[in-house]
Design a protein around this ligand. Structure first.
Ligand code: NCD
Ligand code: ZN
Length: 343
């Protein structure tokens, strides 16, 4: 196959950041995605409707082109989020709330310490139709970092799912066989996003031939059996799995550091790498559903009308992106050649 045209995809998990970075990140996502679900873990985080609205305006102002590009906004849950904040968010068009266990990942220090105490909020979200997005990792230091997702399922997620049968929950950026199985065994109200890095790589790619800070993200890359479970999950074409890149830029010097930041900046090439993976798996026929339909259906959104075309033409991902403001970003799979290109 030399080219493939699909309905315009959506990215249901992206970190656009703020300020000078918006010009870069918005352009990189708007080149191919119709809608992006914008994560709220700014510093300070997006805690209420007013902040979400102002952030959305900054994103829209940064959109460089006339592409039909729509940011969907989310709220960052904390121990002190109120019912009133949820109501105001819903009215203002916020679509979901993100649960970060405090300390689980980048800019999550101010997030949730006592998940059980959020149940009245979940009850209310279920009632008014706000989705719950979950960063599913426990943070207890004695739990091995490679087990944090599976322990979270047992310790928290199972009980959230069974207590709120009408609450729509997205288990974000799943990384394990356990998570795939949990989502498949759960009711229709539970779905999951899958990133390009967790399909493309396993934990060897963090350590082989030297430490690879640009492959460090959270949840961390897992063993190859887990990578394979994710690849199997997307190749079945099940509607419960959909595209969320988790594209998460950090400046080069913050990644290449004695205490490096977690996050892969994949927006430059994510759609192309997903296409390459689906082709490797022999399931390009399932690609459009994963990228452009399953997520929209789950969120209750109309499908995008436009299309994008990818052509089979090798190209090299840049080894570095230098911003006009002087900062440097290293994109995911920097310097590597991939087989599909956005036309
Ligand atoms: C994300 C970030 O940098 O904001 N990092 C990451 O490794 N994925 C946060 C997140 O989604 O966990
Ligand atoms: Zn993320």
């Amino acid at each position: 196959m030399k080219q493939i045209t699909i309905r315009k995809p959506d990215d249901f998990h992206v970190h656009l950041r703020d300020g000078y970075l918006l010009a870069e990140t918005v352009a990189a996502s708007a080149r191919c995605f119709g809608r992006v679900l914008v994560m709220p873990n700014l510093q300070p985080p997006i805690l209420n409707a007013v902040q979400a609205k102002l952030y959305k305006e900054r994103i829209q102002t940064a959109n460089p082109c006339n592409h039909n590009f729509k940011p969907l906004m989310t709220l960052y849950l904390t121990d002190s989020t109120t019912i009133q904040q949820l109501d105001e968010a819903k009215i203002s068009g916020v679509v979901a709330c993100k649960l970060y266990p405090a300390g689980a990942t980048t800019n999550s220090q101010e997030a949730v310490n006592h998940i059980g105490q959020l149940y009245p909020l979940f009850e209310h979200m279920q009632k008014i139709g706000l989705l719950l997005l979950v960063h599913g990792e426990v943070t207890e230091s004695q739990v091995d970092i490679f087990d944090r997702e599976s322990v979270f399922i047992e310790k928290y997620l199972q009980s959230i799912v069974s207590n709120f049968p009408k609450l729509k929950i997205v288990f974000e950026h799943i990384t394990t066989r356990d998570a795939v199985q949990f989502v498949l065994d759960s009711p229709e109200t539970i779905a999951a996003t899958i990133t390009v890095q967790h399909l493309q790589y396993n934990r060897n790619d963090l350590f082989m031939g030297g430490l690879k800070p640009h492959n460090y993200c959270l949840p961390i890359l897992k063993r190859s059996v887990h990578q394979q479970a994710l690849r199997d999950a997307v190749s079945t074409g099940t509607s419960k799995f959909f595209l969320g890149t988790d594209s998460a830029p950090h400046e080069k010097h913050r990644k290449e550091s004695s205490c490096g930041c977690a996050g892969c900046y994949s927006a430059w090439s994510a759609i192309e790498i997903y296409a390459q993976i689906f082709e490797e798996l022999g399931c390009l026929d399932k690609f459009e559903r994963f990228a452009s339909e399953n997520g929209a259906h789950f969120y209750g959104l109309p499908l995008n009308e436009e299309t994008i075309t990818l052509i089979k033409q090798p190209w090299q991902i840049p080894s570095m992106i230098s911003l006009a403001t002087g900062q440097e970003l290293v994109p995911f799979m920097a310097g590597e050649t991939i087989q599909w290109k956005l036309s």
